[in-house]
Design a protein around this ligand. Structure first.
Ligand code: ADP
Ligand code: MG
Length: 345
């Protein structure tokens, strides 16, 4: 049988950060870079996978998936989630190639999971829709990799489309596609900073949100407003305020997109960054400098840290026609690397 090739894009979150595990709202879109997975079926139950990106090969036995701490866990998570859900998968050889920068907050992990699931769907004729693929990708990453990631990344990689923002209510998983006006272009620049404590910091923030929700007697911070937070101790009050105001900003951003009001959208980006920096305390000086560079450019409408924080990338809104120029101006910071617009070659 010929190889089956499938792919999935990386994603960038426009606004709605640290809201997905609070039953809140997110607004991601896809980036031009994609991950490709080629699969050839085997007659046994062996899985062999080669990542051209990492120059590495690994394998395991279907049904015997177990955490190794290596990249193959992302593939193991996919097959285990599929099989547990009752899908019939047999052995396969996989070759992975990717343009999505790994570990820069553009979700190379979900791109890999979704592309692998799509390839397996085609190779083995599995009945899987895009939403189910996102759910199973999240489950695999949670259970096998052991990363407590939310639904945002796999949902964006599985349901996202070029030129469209995906408005998601993470409580109901209701999704709405909203066109990004052609008067703006996105710029994404990586800070080159990846902090060791990113996972620990993420877990701590999650735990603080859960504690705040418990203290307020609600299921999730989605269910409270800014006026409800006075009884919380510090820093839970600041953490909760970020989540509550960020949810409100997503709703206003959706409204601004619908009206084509790109200035309002830019102002919401700026406010989101300030909230992540001051209330949620997940920014770092290198990222703040990139945001400052972006905002100093006359063609920029707004800029913010995107992704979980503790390093990672920023997303800026530029007037159409200026993205390359803006990207160049931001990337003068040491260690910075332009991710979007994609380099022409
Ligand atoms: P992000 O999703 O933001 O890029 P993560 O830490 O969530 O960062 O996921 C990165 C990990 O996903 C890598 O360390 C690697 O284990 C795995 N991964 C992503 N892309 C690939 C790839 N093309 N080949 C092999 N492993 C990959
Ligand atoms: Mg990831």
């Amino acid at each position: 049988m010929d190889d089956v090739v499938a792919s999935a894009p990386g994603r960038v979150n426009l606004i709605g950060e640290h809201t997905d595990y609070n039953d809140g709202f997110v607004l991601p879109t896809v980036i031009p870079q994609r991950t490709f997975v080629a699969i050839a079926r085997r007659d046994d139950t062996r899985v062999r996978a080669r990542s051209e990106t990492l120059g590495a090969e690994d394998g395991y036995e279907l049904g015997r998936e177990a955490r190794t701490g290596r990249w193959i866990d992302y593939v193991q998570g996919v097959t285990r989630a599929l099989v547990r859900r009752g899908h019939v998968v047999r052995g396969f050889d996989a070759v992975i190639t990717s343009e999505v920068p790994v570990g820069s907050g553009l979700s190379s992990s979900a791109a890999l999971e979704v592309a692998t699931m799509r390839a397996l769907r085609d190779a083995f004729g599995l009945a899987l829709d895009d939403l189910e693929i996102a759910r199973l990708a999240q489950r695999g990453e949670n259970e096998l990799v052991g990363a407590p990631v939310g639904i945002l990344d796999p949902l964006a990689c599985s349901l996202g489309e070029d030129g469209v923002a995906l408005f998601v209510d993470t409580r109901t998983l209701a999704c709405e596609r909203i066109a990004i006006p052609d008067t703006i272009e996105l710029v994404v620049v990586d800070s080159g900073v990846a902090h060791d404590h990113a996972q620990g910091g993420y877990r701590e923030r999650r735990a603080q949100c859960e504690e705040a929700a418990r203290a307020l007697g609600v299921r999730a911070l989605r269910d409270v407003g800014e006026d409800d937070l006075a009884s919380l101790r510090a820093p839970l009050d600041r953490r909760a305020r970020h989540v509550v105001t960020e949810n409100a900003r997503v709703l206003r951003a959706v409204d601004a997109l619908r009206r084509g009001d790109v200035h309002a959208l830019g102002a919401l980006f700026d406010a989101s960054h300030a909230s992540m920096r001051d209330d949620y305390e997940v920014s770092v000086p290198e990222v703040d400098r990139l945001v400052a560079r972006a905002k100093a450019h006359p063609a920029v409408l707004g800029a913010r840290l995107t992704g979980g924080g503790f390093g990672g990338a920023i997303v800026a809104l530029a007037r159409a026609g200026h993205a390359h120029d803006v990207a160049r101006a931001i990337a003068v910071e040491p260690g910075a690397r332009v991710l979007v617009p994609k380099a022409q070659n």
